[in-house]
Design a protein around this ligand. Structure first.
Ligand SMILES: Nc1nc2c(ncn2[C@@H]2O[C@H](COP(=O)(O)OP(=O)(O)OP(=O)(O)O)[C@@H](O)[C@H]2O)c(=O)[nH]1
Ligand SMILES: [Mg+2]
Length: 183
């Protein structure tokens, strides 16, 4: 009987879709990340005006993943997507040293929103296939991730183009989602 209840419980829970927002500066690789997760391949992208949304299933957990345009003029509109968000994914171009401080400012601005209280924060240190990129540890220091006290966070090195590291990042999200289900 316990097994039946537990099977029903897990079936019931996998039906929930967890809302994920992909944010980050323009050219970070958000759209490439979304479609690599959704289709399993890198597509040719154009700068996003507005947003794209797709469903991603990872380890039997369904995520509704929103990819938001990252140009400076579009960032103020991110706030309109915050409600009911379970996880934020900050995609970082690991070769873009010149703008790492802007990434930090955007991340810290966003996570202070009341609508994102309790949201998990995953940072993708993207474009690791390119030479001379910053490591995940470099980016973690630049973004002051260790100073984040009111969100559960994780950083993952990846290449959205090659499709490496993304699954590992979502493994972490699934782990967190399952922990929150058991609370
Ligand atoms: N080498 C390499 N290039 C990547 C990677 N991810 C994305 N790119 C390239 O970076 C460029 C920008 O990628 P997008 O996915 O469009 O970036 P975005 O963050 O969606 O940009 P906006 O829509 O303007 O906010 C494209 O030329 C991608 O092919 C990666 O992991 N490695
Ligand atoms: Mg885009």
């Amino acid at each position: 009987m316990g097994q039946v209840v537990s099977a029903f419980y897990s079936w019931f829970n996998t039906e929930k879709e967890y809302k994920v927002l992909l944010i980050g500066l323009d050219n970070a690789g958000k759209t490439t990340t979304l479609y690599q997760l959704h289709l399993g391949q890198a597509i040719e992208t154009q700068p996003t005006i507005g947003s794209n949304v797709e469903t991603v299933k990872h380890k039997n957990v369904h995520f509704e993943v929103w990819d938001l345009g990252g140009q400076a003029t579009l960032r103020p509109s991110w706030v309109t997507y915050y409600k009911a968000t379970d996880a934020l994914v900050m995609v970082v171009d690991s070769t873009d040293r010149a703008r790492i401080n802007s990434v930090k400012e955007e991340l810290w601005r966003v996570i202070q929103s009341d609508d994102l209280k309790g949201a998990f924060v995953l940072v993708f240190a993207n474009k690791q296939d390119l030479k001379d990129c910053m490591t995940a540890a470099d980016i973690s220091t630049s973004l002051k991730l260790h100073d984040i006290k009111d969100h559960d966070w994780h950083i993952q090195a990846c290449s959205a183009k090659k499709g490496t590291g993304l699954k590992e990042g979502f493994d972490w999200m699934v782990q967190r989602v399952r922990q929150s289900q058991n609370k």
